[in-house]
Design a protein around this ligand. Structure first.
Ligand SMILES: [Zn+2]
Length: 325
């Protein structure tokens, strides 16, 4: 096997206990991609665990702050890395005063909470040393050799320049394989939809949240009095917010059957709370009434057929049940 075949072999066969090995593989691959090309193939390159740890923290930070994904089988005993990241997120929210999910690079976390950031990096390095660095190379009890050199408990690993170059040249295949494996693992621990999209989105610069204004005309149509779905009072003197009843972080999709008008303040105070059964019942009734109105008006676009399907297939209730885990 050449280096890339070995690397892919490890990724495809790494165990399903938690997602550490995929995070580790992704971090090293990204370091390789950013590394300047070295053409002398005999050179050995040092990669510090500190650099790997920073990448790994970023993946878990974003998967947690946006989607609250579970990274191992037991929710009561999350992997150390997730605990580290959750503490960092809590500290970030306190210091920045914002509960809005944010990409790692846009968070300025290093300057907003420098002490907690430093602590998180050190803790992540310890977790990688004790759980990942040397285990990564072991597949079914056998060590795959010729991948990198690592002394147990050391602060760096060493990898041949030509192997780094190979990772760089094959980055699309390698990152796809890693994301695919990561998604497969998450499927064991999470019931939320669109997991592969949630994993892949971390590679993109910005998590796109599309404008919901195209839904306004439909919502207004069913709710001309502009009543807030959350507190049931009239919305006056402000543009109504469009609220996802089942949290966006869970569904990762904008669908008419899940969208309602709300006060700006009601909308921002609830964030990712799972709605009560009473709310779900009201949403189901709303959807039936909305579909009826749309049909009476002779509407016949894709929103009508999507809403019809959602009503027939009980999407509201099904997704509500599954988002409770
Ligand atoms: Zn309200």
């Amino acid at each position: 096997m050449n280096f890339i075949e070995k690397w892919l072999h490890i990724i495809r066969n790494c165990s399903f206990d938690n997602t550490y090995k995929t995070a580790w593989a992704k971090a090293i691959t990204e370091i390789a991609i950013e590394h300047e090309a070295i053409y002398d193939s005999d050179v050995t390159i040092e990669i510090q665990l500190r650099e790997i740890a920073k990448n790994v923290l970023r993946y878990y930070f974003e998967q947690t702050i946006f989607f609250d994904l579970q990274q191992s089988a037991n929710p009561n005993k999350p992997p150390m890395m997730v605990t580290i990241v959750k503490e960092l997120i809590a500290s970030y929210r306190t210091r920045s005063g914002s509960v809005k999910p944010v990409k790692w690079f846009r968070s300025n976390i290093e300057s907003i909470c420098p002490e907690d950031y430093k602590k998180a990096v050190s803790a992540a390095i310890r977790a990688l040393k004790s759980d990942v660095s040397y285990r990564f190379l072991r597949i079914e009890g056998k060590e795959v050799d010729g991948v990198y050199q690592y002394e147990r408990k050391a602060d760096s690993l060493y990898i041949q320049a030509e192997n780094l170059n190979a990772l760089k040249q094959n980055k699309l295949i390698v990152l796809d394989a890693i994301n695919y494996r990561w998604t497969q693992m998450l499927e064991n621990f999470n019931h939320s939809p669109r997991l592969s999209k949630k994993v892949r989105i971390i590679d993109e610069d910005q998590v796109q949240r599309k404008s919901l204004s195209k839904f306004s005309s439909y919502l207004e149509f069913e709710n001309p009095e502009c009543v807030c779905f959350l507190c049931c009072l009239k919305i006056e003197g402000e543009t109504p917010a469009i609220d996802h009843v089942i949290p966006w972080s869970y569904l990762y999709s904008d669908d008419l059957w899940n969208l309602v008008y709300a006060h700006q303040s009601c909308n921002s105070s609830k964030s990712n709370v799972i709605p009560s059964e009473d709310v779900i019942q009201r949403l189901e009734q709303r959807n039936i009434a909305l579909l009826q109105r749309m049909k009476q008006q002779g509407m016949n676009d894709k929103h009508v057929s999507e809403l019809e399907m959602a009503n027939e297939k009980n999407f509201v209730r099904k997704f509500w049940i599954s988002c409770q885990g």
